[in-house]
Design a protein around this ligand. Structure first.
Ligand SMILES: NC(=O)c1ccc[n+]([C@@H]2O[C@H](COP(=O)([O-])OP(=O)(O)OC[C@H]3O[C@@H](n4cnc5c(N)ncnc54)[C@H](OP(=O)(O)O)[C@@H]3O)[C@@H](O)[C@H]2O)c1
Length: 305
């Protein structure tokens, strides 16, 4: 009898979208504490473009001689639960697979993940929208953790890239900790940013009590932060050196099932944005990557196996 397999998108020799291959992978059963999920939706995140382009291989962060799995977050349905897991078959879940150096990812028909890393998707939230929450939502929540409570002597927070997935989530969540948010974005994004409840800016003027820079290039460095303020980067490879008493932190997103459950509830209620630009079949992953690489997209390309 032949071994059952599932299809997944991977790169073997990363050199851009043309190097994405759809291959068959032998099915694995979930071990203790794990679930096997039928993936219904997996967004294309900016980081995926770096993996496919070989950027993280060149940095030495990926060393998968055979293949590298693609995709970070997902939503789907439980197909099988390992020992010690109380999620029943058919439960709708979402989650995130972290770490660069792995031969599997969420651009796949199936996935085996720790049950502790997933959360149940509320009935009111469809799986495509839910799939956009785990990486951006957890990343944003953990950025707000790094900022902590706004200090009494200054709570003005500038979030750059506020029209993007992480930036919009930070802008939404940071007021819970006392921050007064201004979102920096392109002119065409003003209405969206103000709709998050934030003020709007197009320039990063100096003097902010805290700055969260979610733009990929982070061209401003610490310049917009006041002396003694706070700065959070999303790019571990381009963190500015601390100066002028500024607290510098960098996001390294961690999985957290219970926190993800709260974020999915916020998404279901409409509090957290879940913007989807287009839904495409997994077989068109390379086309989705080419489209994202052009820039200017608002909302995720989401792949459906
Ligand atoms: N460290 C971690 O754990 C972690 C986790 C997840 C993501 N990340 C990183 O976080 C970054 C943001 O991710 P994301 O998913 O939020 O990306 P995204 O959805 O593409 O959002 C980025 C936003 O920044 C905007 N932007 C870029 N340069 C700008 C500028 N000069 N002025 C105004 N707006 C500008 C983009 O607009 P345009 O499209 O018009 O350029 C876009 O709206 C990525 O670099 C990603 O790799 C890090």
């Amino acid at each position: 009898m032949s071994t059952p397999t599932f299809r997944a998108a991977v790169v073997r020799t990363p050199s851009g979208p043309d190097s994405i291959e759809i291959i068959d992978i032998p099915l694995a059963e979930p071990g203790p504490g794990e679930v096997r999920v039928a993936v219904a939706a997996a967004p294309v995140n900016p980081t995926d473009l770096g993996v496919v382009g070989g950027f993280f291989h060149e940095l030495g962060m990926i060393n998968q001689p055979e293949r590298t799995g693609l995709g970070w977050d997902f939503a789907g349905t439980v197909l099988a639960a390992g020992p010690g897991v109380d999620l029943t078959v058919g439960t709708r879940v979402a989650g995130v697979v972290l770490g660069f150096d792995r031969d599997f990812g969420t651009y796949a028909e199936q996935l085996v993940v720790p049950a502790a890393d997933v959360a149940v998707v509320p009935d009111e939230l469809d799986l495509v929208a839910a799939s956009t929450v785990p990486l951006s939502g957890l990343g944003a929540a953990q950025i707000v953790d790094l900022l902590g409570d706004a200090p009494a002597d200054g709570n003005r927070l500038l979030v750059t890239g506020a029209a993007g997935a992480i930036g919009a989530n930070v802008a939404t969540l940071a007021p819970d900790r006392g921050w007064q948010v201004t979102g920096l974005a392109r002119a065409a994004d003003e209405q969206f940013v103000r709709g998050l409840g934030a003020d709007f800016a197009m320039e990063a003027e100096p003097g902010w009590d805290a700055v969260v820079d979610t733009t990929s290039q982070q061209v401003w460095g610490l310049t917009p932060v006041r002396d003694g303020g706070a700065f959070v980067s999303v790019r571990p490879n381009i963190v500015p050196a601390a100066e002028r008493g500024i607290t510098v932190n960098v996001l390294v997103t961690q999985s957290d099932g219970p926190r993800l459950g709260q974020l999915l509830a916020h998404a279901a209620s409409g509090r957290l944005p879940t913007r989807v630009h287009a839904v495409m079949p997994l077989t068109q992953a390379a086309d989705a990557h080419r489209a994202v690489a052009k820039g200017g997209t608002r909302g995720r390309y989401v792949l459906e196996p």
